[in-house]
Design a protein around this ligand. Sequence first.
Ligand SMILES: Nc1ncnc2c1ncn2[C@@H]1O[C@H](COP(=O)(O)OP(=O)(O)O)[C@@H](O)[C@H]1O
Ligand SMILES: [Mg+2]
Length: 417
Amino acid sequence: MGSATTHLIGLLLGAEEDWPTAFEALVRRLGVVRDPGGQEHSFATERVTIEPFNLRDTPRQDLVIDRLAHWYYHPREWLKKVALMDDVYLLNSPFTFQAMEKHSAYCALMRLGMHVPETVLVPYKHPVDNVRWAYTSARYNKAFDLDAVAESVGYPLFMKPFDGGAWRGVSMIRDRGDLHRAYDDSGEMLMHLQKAVDGFDVFARALTIGPETMVMNFRPDEPMHNRYAVSHDFLSPAVGAEVRTIAQTVNAFFRWEFNSCEMLVKDGVVYPIDYANACPDVAVTSLHYYFPWAMKALLKWSAFCLVTGRRARTQVDLDPWFVVADDPLLGYEARLVEYQRLADEHFDTVRYQEFCGSALPDVDEMVLEWVQSPDFDTLLASTVRSTYPAHEQEQFLAHFRGLLGMWVKDEDARLAR
Ligand SMILES: Nc1ncnc2c1ncn2[C@@H]1O[C@H](COP(=O)(O)OP(=O)(O)O)[C@@H](O)[C@H]1O
Ligand SMILES: [Mg+2]
């Protein structure tokens, strides 16, 4: 038995303070973890700062959780360097995240046989900023009938950017008037027209971290703090399993480790509509009741990857998926079984569960105790203070304390069983 190996987890962050503080606290509380061979492992965190880097520098970090590189490119190039040169494990890899935006994710899931609503990509409304555009456009951009395209998709429909994110440029289109207004406004954005899943029964949003998935009942029309409803049996067991499989398929297919997948369920059919969200919101003020689950999943998956020396696989391997997708003898349900098997294989799910049982036996109690601690309440109060105007703070603090109190009660009961 050697001395403990220390693993450094880097956090690449935007404006958020809440979940990083929570994650840092949990890493401190986790202490030493023993692997199956008896070797001891300890963990530390560090917030990654943006500074010049030599491409031959050796990074200190062994794993990086990223919520910044999707819009800030300097650290994104650093992530690529440390993935290619130094085997740093990334949640998520910019190679697959950058290349596989929303549009490619639609294509992939269509080929895998999922019920992605009918979707058409239309050319830019406004000229692209390039001296070659005038000639190319005059010669090759065919005039097209936007109304006919919309009719072929069918109203109502959604017009939204092909690379999506944060509801930017998304509009619901009910008729020709809406259609032309939205297209005129789209400017230099490249737009999909997608058939609306109109009057859906439920919006399921599945947050996945490694092999762990939480399927939540999402209400997009509510204000942020109220979008995730606390409800446990809002899907039948079969649909719940289907939603989970679709979310894990997306992630295993693209090698995403930390992503949220949006699906609409109508008359028992699951329609995936948005699942290239590989830097998902995990703020305590949005996830509330589900926040301890998310932090625990991040902690467990990071520990598993580091302690077992899991190798990052940055590139997508399409073949095994397409063998299943293209097999004419397999129906939808049989394919889902195969996709779940491939996802379990990719995430090493059985070994992960064994690891959690043997190396992290006390993590549930540890997180439960932490959520009840003054430490956690201080974090919640300061997050509320920095998120809401003064006159709303008291009300929101009580609201979130209530929801987290409910989680404590439920978790206590679960662990007692
Ligand atoms: N095909 C669709 N049917 C019904 N609602 C949709 C559809 N596409 C988008 N929406 C609604 O618009 C919202 C934003 O669209 P989405 O594709 O999720 O874009 P973003 O990537 O910006 O989040 C969704 O959360 C959903 O409420
Ligand atoms: Mg979305």
